[in-house]
Structures are given as C-alpha cells and as structure tokens.
Design a binder for this molecule. Structure first.
Ligand SMILES: *Cc1c(COP(=O)(O)O)cnc(C)c1O
Length: 362
C-alpha cells in the first residue's frame, strides 16, 4: 500500500486486493508477451481459453467443487440470476419456496413471483430484516421445486451462520456478498451463485456453481442467455463473455490460493469484523442493531448517536481517505463493507477515525 491509499468501504463495486490490482496494471497492455491486452483478446483464442481453464481449475480447488457440478459464467450479475432461476427450475404447476431475510431476497422473490408459483416460507420484514427466522418456523411446501435464500444480506448486514436444511429439495443460494469468504459444502446446494463485484472482481459477471441435474430444464420460450444449458454446452461462450471480468476473477482465485484458501479468508473476515463490532459495542456513541448470531462478517452497518452528525462524519472520513461509508437509504446511518479485499489496516484506520470523531463530537 502507498501513502495515497484510500480505504473503500463501498458495498459494491468494492475494494479489491491491492496486489491483484497491481498485477492487472502490470499486464494490462501486454498479457504474457502477446503484445495485446486481455481486453483486446479474442475469447476464442488459445490464450484466453488458457485463462478460463486455469480459473476453472483454481475455483474447483479452492471450493472443492465435486465433479457433478458445473461452473458457469453469466453476464448480468446476480439480478439476472433472479430471473434465470425460476425460468430454469420452476415448471408450470410447481411451487418454489423463498426465504425473505432482506432486500436482495425480497427482490428475488418479486421477480420469481412474476414468473411462477412462489411460497414465502419465512419473512423477517416485521423485524426490519434484523434477523433470520428459526428453521422450525419456516412454512415450506411439501414438494417444492427449490428453496431459495440469500446467504448474506448486504444492506442490513445479516448472514446465515450455517447452510439451511432443505431436505431433498434443491437449495439455491445468492452468495453475492459473501462468496469466497468462507468454505462451504458445495454438495449441499443445487445452485450457488454470486456477482463478482463484491468479493472477486469487476462488475458484469456472475459465477454460477450448479448441479448437473438442474441443467436442461428451462422451458421452450426461455431466452438463450437465460438458459443454463446454453452456458453449459458452450463453456459460457455462447456469446462474447465479459472476458476482462472473467480474467480478473481468475486472478482473485489465485490470490486466494496464495493467502491460504477460503479458510484463511474466513479467519481474516472474522478478525476484521469482530474488531469493528467489538469497538461499536463498547462505544456509547455508535451502535449496531443486529443480534450477534446474525451479524455479517462482510457488511457492518452502524449508526451514530445523533443523525445530525452523519454528514460531518462522512466528510471528515473522506478527508481521512476512508470512503463510501454512507449507509443504504433504507437503513440510514453508516455501513462499512469489509470484503476479502479490505486489509486489516483499513479496519484499524476506520476505528481510529471513529474514536477520534467520538472524542470531538461525542
Ligand atoms: C449486490 C448484490 C446483488 C446484485 O448484484 P448485481 O450484480 O447488481 O446484479 C444481488 N444479491 C446480493 C446479495 C448483493 O449483495
């Protein structure tokens, strides 16, 4: 890091590891002696195919992805997956179950309910999305096509502590804001997907890990680019893929491997988040409303004692090179997003600034 380091606490696009950004800069104009940039490279060239093959092998290794799962790369991000999932998995007359635990699962439900029959199995809206309803209270269907949930709700900062038990029903998960931040048992899922711009690259691409049995079920009228089979049969290159985003995702996978894998990411995420939560909890000036067992390791909203101080907090933070701390408009206050790319020094710099601000204004 340089003297000019800015710590970006934005929820996404978000801060990426400095080391990877430096590598991208170094090879931007001449990738591996080809004399051209990845941006300019044919997605059919052997060079680009070597990039995607390495990304495939590295991701399989870091998440221990079983053979009977495919990895697809789709444009359009997690939001497009909110449409693609029901279009592929929900046939006429079937019902899918949704857990609504925040804004992103609410949005996914809204789209799915336009496209098919949906049962809301649980909804924490009455609790401001500050918690996850206990498993014994879920009203699941007897024969659901799938169960959908969002592992980490980016706006309120609520994260599942473990994988929900869906029995025999395929589990579909939006992992956009905590993908690659901890190990998970892929075999428990039908589909796990994530947009890149929080934990593993530039916007415009989503990684989809999907059980083979769920491919090839889309209805006849499903548009090409929403049909998982089109991606699976064409190595995610039915059309021109977001090649630069894909390349950068591959660099992040290698970086994660160098750091010791996703278990190491989890260790660091716990250290970063507990340092910040401990500070907020000990303070009389800052607070976080989420009960401890639901708290996210990735997105940490906090409110100041006096809302009138919000604007001053944000502008002084910015002068101290701590940016994008404004909370989501639906929650107010502040939010620090601290994904894999945020070093511990960034969290420490934020805490010292918060201490100083409290001394001045508390
Ligand atoms: C950011 C986010 C999305 C939206 O991702 P897009 O790439 O903008 O479609 C969806 N789900 C979660 C949990 C998110 O954090």
């Amino acid at each position: 890091m340089t003297d000019n380091t800015v710590y970006n606490f934005g929820a996404g696009p978000a801060m990426l590891p400095h080391e990877v950004m430096q590598q991208v800069k170094d090879e931007l104009l001449d990738w591996n002696g080809t004399g051209i940039s990845v941006i300019e490279m044919s997605h059919r060239s052997k060079e680009f195919i070597s990039i995607t093959e390495e990304a495939e092998a590295d991701l399989r290794e870091i998440l221990a992805i079983p053979e009977n799962y495919k990895i697809l790369y789709v444009p359009g991000g997690a939001t497009m997956m909110m449409s693609a999932v029901p279009l592929n998995l929900l046939a006429n007359g079937e019902t899918a179950d949704y857990l609504i635990t925040g804004s992103w699962s609410k949005k996914a439900h809204k789209e799915a309910a336009r496209l098919g029959n949906i049962n809301i199995a649980a909804d924490s809206a009455d609790d401001n999305f500050y918690s996850i309803p206990p498993r014994e209270n879920w009203a699941v269907s007897s024969d659901a096509a799938y169960l959908y949930y969002t592992d980490n709700e980016t706006i309120t900062g609520v994260e599942f502590g473990d994988i929900p038990d869906a029995g025999e029903v395929p589990l579909v998960c939006d992992m956009t804001s905590n993908f690659l931040s901890r190990p998970f048992d892929v075999s428990r899922y039908g589909i796990a997907f994530a947009s890149a711009q929080k934990n593993f690259g530039p916007a415009g691409i989503a990684c989809v890990i999907i059980h083979e049995d769920l491919i090839g079920r889309a209805g006849d009228k499903t548009p090409f680019l929403l049909d998982f089979k089109i991606y699976a049969d064409n190595d995610s290159m039915f059309n021109t893929p977001p090649s630069f985003s894909w390349y950068m995702a591959g660099l992040i996978y290698k970086w994660i491997k160098r750091q010791g894998g996703v278990a190491a990411m989890d260790e660091l995420a716990k250290q970063r988040s507990s340092r910040l939560y401990d500070f907020v909890d000990a303070s009389e000036f800052y607070s976080n409303p989420i009960p401890e067992r639901f708290r996210s390791r990735m997105n940490i909203p906090f409110i100041l004692k006096d809302d009138e101080l919000n604007a001053t907090f944000l502008s002084e933070a910015k002068q101290n090179k701590l940016i994008e701390l404004k909370g989501h408009r639906s929650v107010g206050g502040m939010r620090a997003s601290i994904y894999n790319g945020m070093p511990m020094e960034g969290v420490d710099a934020l805490i010292s600034f918060m201490q100083h601000f409290e001394q001045q204004h508390g």
